[in-house]
Design a binder for this molecule. Sequence first.
Ligand code: NDP
Length: 324
Amino acid sequence: MPNTPAIRFAETGGPEVLQITEVELAEPGPGQALIAVHASGVNFIDTYHRSGLYSVDLPFIPGSEGAGIVEAVGADVTDVAVGDHVAWVGVPGSYAGHVLAPTDALLSVPDGVSLDIAAAVPLQGMTAHYLVSDTKPLQPGDRCLIHAAAGGTGRLLVQMAKIRGAEVVATAGSPEKGELARSAGADHVVLYNEVDLVEGVEAAVGTNAIDVVFDGVGAATFDAGLHLLTPRGTMATFGNASGAVPPISPLALMAKSLFLTRPTLITHIATPEARLARWNELNRWIADGDLEVRVGHTFPLTNAAAAHTALEGRSTTGKILLLP
Ligand code: NDP
């Protein structure tokens, strides 16, 4: 089999450890498909793997999301065919020209949806989906605080919270990002680099007035989120963009009987049925014009390091894609 380009790191560290290499393609075995990658999704978790915050076996090819065209299938495969447009999440080694995937991980890309959009949706879209529908099933009138609302996950989260009828207080790191949050439907925008986070949110909605905080920023915003919650409110801390939240005592939750959860996507797409149900609902919203997926940046696969630098440097909005 010929080779395919891939990004790999042999040691953890900064973006510079991401090196372009060539890996040998394998024939798809039983239950597998070989896919020519059109675009790979860049996600914050890829930076945690690279930096060592989340440990992986080295050497490691990062990336777990993308979309592309099926190039070959294993002998027994009947659920996908050569030429199919597919997307995926949870397939390791996606920063590459080709990936070998179990076919039950593949999501069919509906007609009319481009492969760029299909690559942008699975990880951040399903994350936002489970947060608003399972972690805290939002009801009309619930008030939520969504951090980094111009980001890949954040902007989808704002739109889905609005679909469910919630009132959204969004934070963003610059006026331009604030506009992106507003255009996604945020009712209030707090520019948390310019005003104190607690003061900004309280000025918009009052004290103890947030029913749920969706916090992907982590260390920098966690304490403020607890402070802003209403009695019996929910803190959903789902990421570490500014660093991991330090350990806390359950007693910190006592004064307001708060709920604290630290959810991950993987436990919310543990079966093909769960993955498919979320994918189908996301595509319905896209088709109906209720969900706008915004690809903010594309980088050549060879320049994955620049994509990581931009993501960690807070200079991106929307989705980042790598193009082989
Ligand atoms: P984003 O596109 O949201 O980019 C991260 C954003 O976080 C930045 O643009 C920035 O927005 C904000 N931010 C605040 N402080 C910092 C900081 N110190 N360094 C870097 N960024 C900072 O990324 P993703 O959508 O990929 O991920 C967002 C979060 O969601 C991450 O924590 C990620 O791990 C988490 N996540 C968790 C999942 C789960 O299931 N648990 C699944 C998917 C994502 P601003 O300038 O506006 O502050």
